[in-house]
Design a protein around this ligand. Structure first.
Ligand SMILES: NC(=O)c1ccc[n+]([C@@H]2O[C@H](COP(=O)([O-])OP(=O)(O)OC[C@H]3O[C@@H](n4cnc5c(N)ncnc54)[C@H](OP(=O)(O)O)[C@@H]3O)[C@@H](O)[C@H]2O)c1
Length: 308
């Protein structure tokens, strides 16, 4: 497995992260198989959120983890807070951040998180309160590193004015079919296409300039949660291009789609979500794939883009 050193953060972190959003659907034995398979493939980083299954993902992980025999200190466990579906609001108050971490630790049956991310912006957030919460969590030894998710550069700057800890992770959506993070730079100033619209304040360049590691979520999905484009008849050109490279590299199409993210020089981590052990192995083959400069563009074009 390829590893990544996150600046001022987790070192030797696997370039592929196992996301646990879909874990509530599993038994604890199935959950253990997912964790074991991922770990055997070299994944040492697991992503959670308080809202996944309304806490059930963290609970299932805690039931499954002891069955694997993996030591707590040999893996990075990350969770996210602030997205409160149960209350129909986003909440970055100090009170909620502190309570969420305590809830996550109780559900995970662990005494610290390696990383805590603020999941999506609370439009009413007060950075001074976030700073107080982070200080308290760091002082109590409950969280080692801090970051954000789905956050625009200026919101990160606002946080940084008050928060003392480095914010070294931004979790953002990126796949061949959901590639606006990359598109906007290519089509800049082009009135004829929606692809030129800057929707994230140049988050990609900002993160690279500030040594913030991007964790690309939903690498095989189209739309927000449209489903996967792999083997999906609605994406014939893309599947054809993926299949050609997959055959050449002797890996799956999913591996090629993930390798396309890894080929980008921003040194991102990719968060996979499958709960199928064979699909986890297939995804991890991404690290073996050698994509040329031209391969990368061929896949990009096959996903429906054009060169301006
Ligand atoms: N920060 C955020 O706002 C945010 C939002 C969403 C997700 N996330 C994180 O990102 C993680 C990944 O999200 P995701 O599950 O949407 O990512 P994903 O890996 O893009 O999608 C997983 C889906 O793709 C399918 N799939 C995987 N490999 C396949 C293959 N070889 N062939 C066919 N289908 C395949 C899976 O089906 P099978 O189960 O059949 O393999 C599953 O339905 C989550 O667990 C979570 O940790 C973060």
């Amino acid at each position: 497995m390829k590893t990544i050193n996150i600046a001022n953060g987790p070192q030797n972190a696997s370039a592929i992260i196992q996301g646990c959003m879909r874990m509530p659907a599993l038994t604890k034995e199935e959950g253990a198989k997912v964790i074991d398979t991922a770990y055997e493939c070299g994944i040492n980083f697991f992503d959670h959120a308080t809202c996944y299954g309304n806490g059930e993902a963290e609970e299932r992980f805690a039931q499954a983890f002891p069955l694997t025999g993996i030591k707590r200190e040999d893996v990075y466990i990350q969770s996210k807070c602030g997205l409160c579906f149960d209350r129909n609001e986003f909440d970055w108050t100090k009170e909620n951040i502190l309570a969420s971490v305590d809830d996550s630790l109780r559900r995970l049956n662990m005494d610290y998180l390696d990383a805590l991310l603020l999941h999506r912006p609370d439009l009413l957030f007060e950075p001074e309160e976030v700073a107080e919460a982070f200080d308290a969590l760091e002082k109590a030894g409950k969280v080692r590193f801090f970051g954000v998710s789905n956050l625009m550069p200026m919101q990160i700057e606002l946080l940084k004015k008050y928060v003392r800890q480095p914010l070294n992770i931004n979790q953002l959506q990126l796949s061949l079919e959901q590639s606006q993070l990359i598109d906007q730079a290519l089509y800049m100033n082009n009135k004829t296409t929606e692809l030129s619209v800057s929707r994230d304040g140049s988050a990609l360049d900002y993160c690279r300039l500030n040594d913030i590691t991007i964790q690309a979520w939903s690498p095989l999905q189209f739309g927000m949660f449209g489903g996967t484009f792999i083997d999906n008849p609605d994406f014939p050109e893309l599947n054809k291009a993926l299949a050609e490279i997959a055959e050449r590299e002797k890996v799956s199409k999913a591996a090629v789609a993930i390798a396309w993210i890894m080929r980008h020089p921003a040194k991102m981590q990719t968060i996979i979500g499958t709960m199928d052990p064979q699909h986890i192995k297939d995804a991890c083959d991404a690290v073996k794939v050698k994509l040329s400069h031209q391969d990368w563009y061929a896949l990009y074009l096959a996903s429906g883009k054009f060169l301006p």
